[in-house]
Design a protein around this ligand. Structure first.
Ligand code: PLP
Length: 377
C-alpha cells in the first residue's frame, strides 16, 4: 500500500455519536425503566416530532424503509394490477417495496446530470394501469417538487416519495416527504438520520393513510385482537425511537455540515471537469443534504472508474458505488422483462459513478486530500 498523508474513511459515525453518547444512554435507560418496548411512549413522541420536522401531520414508525414503502403504497390504495413509475437507478428496496405492495414497477431512466428520474421519460412510460409515481430523492437531492406536482396533476397520479436518503432536504420551498400523498424514510444506521439498527417511517398529512399504516404495521389490527387485513408485524422499536429522538435535534446541523462539505468538493473539483471528472449536479443548493457525494468518471479520463477507486483505495481513501448494477439488470427482477440497453443513462451512470467520503465532521483537509489525489489521475 502506498503511504499517504492521511487516510479518509467513507463514513465515520463515531464523530456524531460521541458528543451525545450520554444522552443516548439515558434515553435507552428510560425505556428499559418503563418497559414499553413495543409501541411505547417515545415512539409516539418521535413519530410526531419527525413528521413535524418534515412538514407532515402524521408519522408512523415501521421496521424499515422498505416496509415504509410497501405498507405506505398499500395505504395509499396501490394494489395488485396497478403500475408504479420508479427510477431504474435507485437502491433495490424502492423496486422491492412496490412489488411487496402487490403492484408492478415501471422503470424510468434518469437525467445523467442529476441522476434523478427524468419526468419526460416517465410521461412516455405511463400505461392505462399507472396509478402512482415513486420519485427517489437520490443522494440527498430532491426531485423538483413543482415539476412533480405538475406531472402528477397532468396524468392524475399519486406521488409517493422515497425520501430514504433525504431527511430534511428541501427544494423550491418544499421539504422532502411533504410533496406527495405520503413518503417513506429509512433510519438504517448510515442514513442521514440513523438508528442503532433497522427502522423506518411513513409520513403523510392524510389521516386515513396514517390510520391504515397503523393497522397494517400491527398485524392488520385496528384494535387489539381484531384483524381487518392480513398486515404485517413491522413496528419501529421504542428503543430505536428513543435513540432517534435524541439525534433528531442535531440533524439539521449535521445536514449543514454535509452541505458545506459538498460545496468544498464542488469548488475543489471544478478544475477536474475539463478532464472528465464531473460531480453530480446540485440544483437544490442549501437544500441538498448530501447523503452521498457522487462524481462521474467520464470516458475521457485516463483511468476507468474501477481503476480510480483502486487508486484512491491504495492511498487510504475509501469510496463506494451507489449503485453498481441498475435495477432492471438485477437477476431477481428478470421477470419484469427488461434488458440491457433499456435505460442507457442509468447503465452509463452505473459504470461511471463513484461516491467520495462524506459525513458530518469530515474536515476541509480530508476533502482537500481526496481532491488532490483525484487531480493526479
Ligand atoms: C436505504 C434505502 C431504502 C430502504 O431502507 P431500509 O431501511 O434499508 O429498508 C429505500 N430506498 C432508498 C433510496 C434507500 O437508500
Amino acid at each position: 500500500m502506498i503511504v499517504s498523508s492521511q487516510t479518509v474513511p467513507f463514513v465515520d459515525l463515531t464523530l456524531q455519536h460521541q458528543p451525545i453518547q450520554a444522552d443516548i444512554e439515558q434515553a435507552i435507560a428510560a425505556v428499559v425503566q418503563r418497559g414499553d418496548f413495543i409501541l411505547g411512549k417515545t415512539l409516539k413522541e418521535f413519530e410526531a416530532e419527525f413528521a413535524e420536522a418534515s412538514g407532515a401531520k402524521y408519522g408512523v414508525g415501521v421496521a424499515s424503509g422498505t416496509d415504509a414503502i410497501a405498507l405506505g403504497l398499500q395505504a395509499c390504495g396501490i394494489t395488485q394490477g396497478d403500475d408504479v413509475l420508479v427510477p431504474a437507478n435507485t437502491f433495490i428496496a424502492t423496486v422491492m417495496g412496490v412489488i411487496q405492495a402487490g403492484a408492478t414497477p415501471i422503470l424510468v431512466d434518469c437525467d445523467p446530470h442529476t441522476a434523478l428520474i427524468d419526468l419526460n421519460l416517465a410521461a412516455k412510460a405511463i400505461t392505462p394501469r399507472t396509478k402512482a409515481i415513486l420519485p427517489v430523492h437520490l443522494y440527498g437531492q430532491m426531485v423538483s417538487p413543482t415539476a412533480l406536482l405538475d406531472f402528477a396533476q397532468a396524468h392524475n397520479l399519486i406521488i409517493f416519495e422515497d425520501a430514504a436518503q433525504a431527511h430534511l432536504a428541501q427544494r423550491e420551498g418544499y421539504k422532502a416527504g411533504s410533496v406527495g400523498m405520503a413518503a417513506a424514510f429509512s433510519f438504517y444506521p448510515s442514513k442521514n438520520l440513523g438508528a442503532f439498527g433497522n427502522g423506518g417511517m411513513l409520513i403523510t398529512s392524510n389521516e386515513e393513510v396514517a390510520q391504515r399504516v397503523h393497522t397494517l404495521r400491527n398485524y392488520g389490527a385496528p384494535r387489539k385482537y381484531y384483524h381487518t387485513e392480513v398486515g404485517k408485524n413491522s413496528r419501529l422499536d421504542t428503543l430505536q425511537a428513543a435513540i432517534l429522538q435524541v439525534k433528531l435535534p442535531h440533524l439539521s446541523q449535521w445536514n449543514q455540515l454535509r452541505n458545506q462539505a459538498g460545496q468544498i468538493y464542488d469548488q475543489g473539483l471544478k478544475l477536474g471537469e475539463d478532464k472528465g471528472i464531473i460531480p453530480i449536479k446540485n440544483l437544490s443548493q442549501e437544500g441538498h443534504v448530501y447523503h452521498l457525494y457522487v462524481i462521474r468518471i467520464n470516458k475521457g479520463v485516463s483511468m476507468s472508474r474501477d481503476q480510480v477507486q483502486a487508486f484512491l483505495g491504495e492511498r487510504g481513501i475509501q469510496t463506494g458505488i451507489h449503485y453498481p448494477i441498475p435495477c432492471h439488470l438485477q437477476p431477481a427482477y428478470k421477470s419484469l422483462g427488461y434488458q440491457l440497453g433499456d435505460f442507457p443513462q442509468a447503465e452509463i451512470l452505473c459504470e461511471q459513478i463513484l461516491s467520495l467520503p462524506m459525513y458530518p465532521g469530515i474536515t476541509r483537509e480530508q476533502i482537500t486530500c481526496v481532491v488532490e489525489q483525484l487531480s493526479l489521475i
